[in-house]
Design a protein around this ligand. Sequence first.
Ligand SMILES: NC(=O)c1ccc[n+]([C@@H]2O[C@H](COP(=O)([O-])OP(=O)(O)OC[C@H]3O[C@@H](n4cnc5c(N)ncnc54)[C@H](OP(=O)(O)O)[C@@H]3O)[C@@H](O)[C@H]2O)c1
Length: 262
Amino acid sequence: MIERIFPESGLSGQALDDDLLAAPFTAPGSKTWVSFNFVSSIDGAATVDGRSGALGNADDQHFFQLMRRNADVILVGAQTVRSEGYGGELLSPEAQAWRADRGLPVHPPLAIVSGSLNLDPTLEVFTDAPVRPLVITTAAAPPVRRAALAAVADVVDAGADTLDAGALLAGLAGRGLHRVHSEGGPTVLGTFAAADKVDELCLTVSPLLVGGTAKRIADVLPGGDGEGAGPRAMTLAQIHKAGSMLFLRYVRDTGPSEGPKV
Ligand SMILES: NC(=O)c1ccc[n+]([C@@H]2O[C@H](COP(=O)([O-])OP(=O)(O)OC[C@H]3O[C@@H](n4cnc5c(N)ncnc54)[C@H](OP(=O)(O)O)[C@@H]3O)[C@@H](O)[C@H]2O)c1
């Protein structure tokens, strides 16, 4: 059972789910809210054998599904699509009904970040998508791959040679997509952290020691340094717990007078 241990709440089950989704976070002066969702072992591994699945469990999946629910767009990196096998409907029928009840489009589009456009247009993520996906790249992307993907997705540029997170968010906002929910992967988080564009990080801490050389939840492109904005303070907004698993919700630290409504 998932319970909230900070701030204390006697809520559980459906009431807790409703409360988690109730108050959208907002940033001062901006309609855009960029949220990331990750799972990590207690020693910082973001993968086991190259995927995240072994780090989670049913409670983590519940949280993961819930956090998608009020997104305007679900943002993922190309390598997460290639390794985790995204495809088909992203939301359960219950989640679709929840959105319809609130006047939201039933299906949030998936937006895939790729510099190389090394994505097969016959992947399920394109062929079985309930709404046309976006592929976000740069002007320098290979034209042949761009043309192939344009048949199955809206291919949009966010930057000339390198991806510009600010331009990416402006492009999404121009399509009315303000609540950006990202499921990673590490290079996308590293890109957004370097550009100081992370408003919220939901981190499941899985009670596992993984060891080895697994990635952590933030990374850089090969050859990049990812320094950018430097360390950014975040505020702990909520802690949920299920067994030995913790769900930490951190939001951008904007100071006492203008912090997000939690
Ligand atoms: N623990 C978790 O919660 C979690 C969550 C998600 C993923 N993962 C794991 O993380 C691993 C993948 O890590 P990753 O960091 O490679 O995944 P990623 O961030 O999903 O994908 C990286 C790819 O996205 C594109 N990309 C990201 N940032 C870019 C930028 N600034 N400029 C241009 N292109 C950019 C590039 O695509 P192209 O190569 O197409 O150019 C890049 O190779 C997988 O093993 C996955 O299972 C774990």
